[in-house]
Design a binder for this molecule. Structure first.
Ligand code: SAM
Length: 399
């Protein structure tokens, strides 16, 4: 399993490689074949009453990538939020060694008991706490490292209070519906990112759970509007929108494979930003234009109008590296207007660095109000924190 793991493009370091070769993953996922236990995919271990997965052993590549970014040293105190199977906690225990300590918090009692049993069966010293990780580990001193293995909508006060002065926090953070695994380092009251990677995670349960809103539009459904907040959307007005022909606006921005790193954050600055899940059937029978991604695209909704990104083949010099031009298509009375707004943000992204652009994310405690920070692309207020997304070069110049 470990051979050839190159999480986020980088080879494993010695300590993480050794830990992954030492801890037997199959012990933490009983009842599945050795092939699956040591395969590249996540293994779902628990589902809720409706069959939705609520706990899993994350994909080994994701686990390894997060551990590398966490940069755990022998003797450190580590807190994990989301014990799941206990596998990652066992790896953390290897990394901190006998002089360090690992505490892991699990929301689901049955999951916590199974993790505790697997860890003690192997003789691994980890404290498994059944509780809500958003509240931290009450009564414990600060931690050098905090790693969160479920998708968080906010950075709660408890994590700030329990992260040591020079500590590191690795967390999959949802920002307006966009999840990025952010590696934060603490700089006084501020958490500043060292890296920002795209990855998917199960959402956090408990007090920090913020459900996304899904609104079906049309039969099938042809289209689902997914919102990160409670905004009201007029689904019946949108139904009429789909009867209009598409208004298309091409951007002149062509990229290899249609890959547009971090573009979504530029789109997220627009009013009405949302995710649009577009059904294959509606595309195949010509009712809707092909969305930019296999599942749909980020886009906009405003009254009875919607718009999303699409692509068409672009100028290609190297057949092995085809390019696609990004465009926007709008449906409804103001389709051309919304498509033009999306297209303009794509051009802005391209001007700001396009494919090579690097983001920087800062989190400020909510109590800090609205700190003055230059070069901010996007500012989002959460319950306990204010999250700022900045373009890395502009942010570095401003510090
Ligand atoms: C992807 S799994 C974790 C994988 C795990 N680290 C492993 O090595 O197997 C996510 C876990 O987070 C847990 N979880 C979700 N919300 C939580 C919360 N508020 N506090 C603690 N655990 C939570 C889920 O029950 C689930 O077990």
């Amino acid at each position: 399993m470990v051979d050839g793991l190159r999480p986020w493009g980088a080879a494993l370091s010695g300590p993480v490689d050794a830990a992954m070769r030492t801890v037997p993953r199959h012990v933490f996922v009983p009842g599945v074949s050795l092939e699956r236990a040591y395969g590249p995919d996540p293994v779902v271990t628990h589902r809720d009453g409706e069959g939705v997965p609520v706990s899993s052993a994350s994909a080994p590549g994701t686990v390894a990538g997060m551990l590398e970014k966490l940069d755990v040293r022998p003797g450190q105190r580590v807190l994990e939020i989301g014990a799941g199977t206990g596998y990652n906690a066992a790896l953390l225990a290897q990394l901190v060694g006998p002089t360090g300590s690992v505490t892991t918090i699990e929301y689901d009692e049955a999951v916590a008991s199974a993790a505790r049993a697997a860890l003690s069966g192997l003789g691994v010293a980890v404290t498994v706490v059944h509780g809500d990780g958003m509240l931290g580990a009450p009564g414990q001193p600060t931690f050098d490292r905090i790693v969160v293995t479920a998708g968080a909508w906010d950075i709660p006060r408890a994590w700030w209070q329990q992260l040591a002065e020079d500590g590191r926090l690795v967390v999959p953070l949802r920002i307006l519906g966009l999840t990025r695994t952010v590696v934060f380092e603490r700089a006084g009251a501020v958490l500043r990112s060292r890296s920002v990677m795209e990855d998917g995670f199960m959402p956090m349960r408990g007090v920090g759970a913020v459900r996304e809103q899904n609104i079906s539009v049309g039969p099938g459904p042809d289209l689902v509007v997914r919102l990160d907040d409670e905004r009201a959307v007029d689904a019946s007005a949108l139904q009429d929108a789909l009867d209009h022909p598409a208004a298309v606006c091409w951007t002149g921005v062509a990229v290899a494979w249609g890959w547009t790193e971090h573009l979504d954050f530029w789109l997220a600055t627009l009013e009405g930003f949302c995710r649009l899940l577009v059904s294959r059937a509606a595309v195949d029978d010509g009712r809707l234009m092909t969305p930019k991604g296999p599942w749909g695209s980020m886009g906009l909704v405003e009254g009875g109008t919607l718009a999303y990104l699409t692509t068409r083949p672009g100028p290609t010099e190297d057949a092995a590296m085809p390019t696609y031009e990004i465009g926007a298509c709008g449906y409804g009375p103001r389709g051309a207007d919304l498509a033009a707004r999306l297209a303009e943000r794509v051009r802005d992204w391209d001007r700001d660095g396009g494919q090579g652009v690097q983001l920087w994310i800062e989190a400020h405690p909510g109590s800090a109000g609205r700190p003055e920070v230059s070069g901010v692309l996007l500012a989002v207020d959460k319950r306990d924190s204010r999250v700022l997304v900045l373009v890395a070069e502009q942010a570095a110049a401003a510090v």
